[in-house]
Design a protein around this ligand. Sequence first.
Ligand code: FES
Ligand code: FES
Length: 156
Amino acid sequence: MAQTTSFTLNGRPAQVAGDPGRMLVDALRYDLGLTGTKQGCGAGLCGACTVLLDHEPVPSCATAVADVAGKSVITIEGLMKGGILDPVQQAFIDHHAFQCGFCTPGMILTAYALLRRRPGATRAEIVEAMEGNLCRCGAHARIVAAVESVAKGGVK
Ligand code: FES
Ligand code: FES
């Protein structure tokens, strides 16, 4: 008998049918159509697939569907509110903090979680918090600048 896993996704009830041992990134992308979550290494090492689980960043390629039962999952699609980008998203645009954009959803969600916890995070805290998110395009300097601008009150 098919199993169903229920959780909250971007503030709304969601369900995924099938093997609860499957990885969350696959359920998000292929069952639920949320392709903003990217899969890079598939081994919990690059941060491309980062989502927030109960407000903490986790690699969705290394998180089983069963692990999110009854919990809150936020993906990049859940950050915009009322048609307005989250300040972290806007800062990435303002600072040109991406090239190919593959790492961007994970970067933004990791930064969003940090600033929720530490609104005035220092540059060193930003760098430390984002250590697990890799950018193959080498946009790290602009990424840190974008996050720092939000921590300093949105100053570009
Ligand atoms: S794809 Fe999940 S950490 Fe790299
Ligand atoms: S912008 Fe291409 S991997 Fe970061």
